[in-house]
Design a protein around this ligand. Structure first.
Ligand code: DAH
Length: 346
């Protein structure tokens, strides 16, 4: 009986062909798996009389080897053919994996926001060179040749002139050079902001970098007053940091403005109560500013009796750090995606 069954199965296996993975799997279930027919026959061995058991066992082993060899053949054949003719073993109805999109750099987000706020107040955007002469970076801005403020800016010089300091070539230390270039080529009224990279010979640390970004602002017209400066920056602070923001002006000094003021905004993290970010003062500094010094206007051929103006300059890194609570400048240039991803959708 059992011998008949073995013969049948042998011929069945010999005639079997598999064309795809499903058929291979049915083959495996039927002849190889623990629940298959071959195992079932082996289980039946114990009911065979002792004398016949050995012979039947041998036949079963032949069947089992055949089944396994064929399975091996089928699998190998399928593997090599699947390269040429791939079997679609994935679900075409699944939703697609979304494209990983990059995000804007936080400095870009903040620069764009600053530009947007000032554009709505009627400012346009101007740019100027990063490699500059001393004239545009210092002299025209009323820095005397030996003024200590030159030293304070840790300038990277490209070449020193043998004749005149104003001809030295350097990397600009601030965006104020663009003010001068703008006033030189455009008659008032001028209402412009000037974003850009600036360079200073500073050791890189959490609080300082040799390359950073500023936005300069300039408004020149008849009757521009200190109140205009204050109103403009007050509006900016509310737009940038929230409508409850207040500003305060502290007397300061810049060679190119008179009077000059440092602009503070109420700390929007603690709302003025005092925290780490504002060093428990309730205020954070966001810009330098002032009324354009008449000497600067005269240097670029604008009549300082007829025109007045205000200027301001702010660091984009600083505003970004305040806005997002970032405590290390180096994060901006390390390109660590764990940092950058946090600005997705910002
Ligand atoms: N240029 C100054 C700096 O880099 C910032 C600044 C202060 C710009 C006052 C201005 C200004 O236009 O009026 O430190």
């Amino acid at each position: 009986m059992i011998t008949e069954r073995v013969k049948e199965l042998i011929s069945e296996i010999e005639q079997t062909e598999v064309a795809n993975k499903e058929q291979l799997e049915s083959y495996r279930m039927r002849y190889i798996s623990k629940k298959g027919v071959v195992t079932e026959l082996f289980d039946g061995l114990k009911n065979i009389p002792q004398e016949a058991r050995r012979a039947v066992g041998q036949e079963l082993n032949v069947l089992k080897n055949l089944a396994q060899n064929r399975f091996q053949e089928f699998s190998t054949a399928m593997e090599s053919s699947s390269d040429a003719n791939p079997v679609l073993d994935f679900d075409l109805t699944l939703p697609v994996v979304p494209n990983q999109q990059g995000s804007l750099h936080p400095l870009t987000i903040v620069r764009r926001r600053i530009i947007e706020i000032f554009e709505r107040m009627g400012f346009n955007v101007s740019y100027g060179p990063e490699i500059e002469t001393d004239w545009y970076n210092f002299s025209a801005l009323n820095f005397a040749d030996n003024h200590p403020a030159r030293e304070m800016q840790d300038t990277f010089f490209i070449s020193k002139s043998e004749n005149a300091v104003k001809d030295d070539v350097l990397l600009r230390t601030h965006t104020s050079n663009v003010q001068v270039r703008l006033m030189e080529r455009q008659k008032p009224p001028i209402r412009s902001i000037m974003p850009g990279r600036v360079f200073r010979n500073e050791a890189i640390s959490a609080r300082a970098h040799c390359v950073f970004h500023q936005v300069e602002g300039l408004y020149i017209d008849k009757n521009v007053s200190f109140k205009d400066l204050k109103d403009t920056l007050y509006h900016f602070a509310k737009e940038m940091f929230g409508k409850d923001s207040k500003i305060r002006l502290r007397p300061s000094y810049f060679p190119f403005t008179e009077p000059s003021a440092e602009i503070d905004v109420t700390c929007f993290i603690c709302k003025g109560v005092g925290c780490n970010v504002c060093k428990h003062t309730g205020w954070v500094e966001i810009a330098g500013s002032g009324m354009v010094d008449p000497n600067v206007l005269e240097n670029v051929g604008i009549d300082s009796e007829e025109y007045t103006g205000f200027a301001f300059g702010m660091g984009i890194e600083r505003i970004t750090m305040l806005k997002y609570g970032i405590n290390d400048l180096r994060l901006f240039t390390e390109n660590d995606v764990r940092f950058l991803r946090q600005f997705e959708g910002a």
